[in-house]
Write a protein of this length. Structure first.
Length: 176
């Protein structure tokens, strides 16, 4: 499945206040997922295997590391959990880094909200305006993202330009 999305990620203090703010909009709650994202040494873009209680997928994406809302081009392959896929990827590409997180997932129409607790990094709000059917223009996706940035009253300094994997890799490099 090919997907375009516009997204932003912000470091937040206390998931509860953002969740209460979100609940005022009557989103659809999908559930809380414990996700292990294993990133591989891909020659191009990012490649991760997501293993969760709700979401399981092999995900390839290209995205610039920009602060604020940014476009991602995603190829998503949903699968049933099977250790053989992970074993093949590890043998062929090697593990780059593993991200362990607890994610509360909500939707309003095509917009997905993640309230994340990431091991070793802290708490985050991620908003993705998703187009998996070619119904939205890039401008419309960006407008949706910007609307929620304003709704949550976030500041530029809260925004994270990198993926969790990059933040963890930086942290590992800084550790003696």
């Amino acid at each position: 499945m090919h997907i375009r999305n516009y997204e932003f990620k912000a470091r937040i203090e206390g998931i509860e206040q953002y969740e209460q703010q979100l609940l005022k909009l009557s989103p659809r709650f999908v559930g809380e997922d414990h996700q292990i994202d294993t990133y591989f040494n891909a020659p191009q873009g990012r490649l991760k295997l997501r293993e969760g209680d709700i979401e399981n997928a092999l995900i390839h994406y290209d995205r610039q590391d920009l602060q604020g809302s940014k476009l991602s081009n995603v190829i998503l392959y949903k699968h049933k959990p099977d250790g053989a896929l992970k074993d093949i990827l590890i043998r062929q590409l090697g593990i780059k880094v593993v991200v362990d997180k607890r994610r509360r997932i909500y939707f309003i129409d095509n917009v997905k909200f993640h309230l994340d607790r990431v091991a070793g990094l802290g708490t985050f709000l991620e908003v993705e305006a998703i187009d998996d059917s070619g119904c939205y223009t890039i401008e419309e996706l960006k407008e949706q993202c910007d609307k929620y940035y304003e709704y949550f009253k976030l500041n530029q300094q809260d925004l994270i330009e990198k993926s969790y994997s990059d933040l963890l890799l930086e942290q590992q490099m800084d550790s003696p």
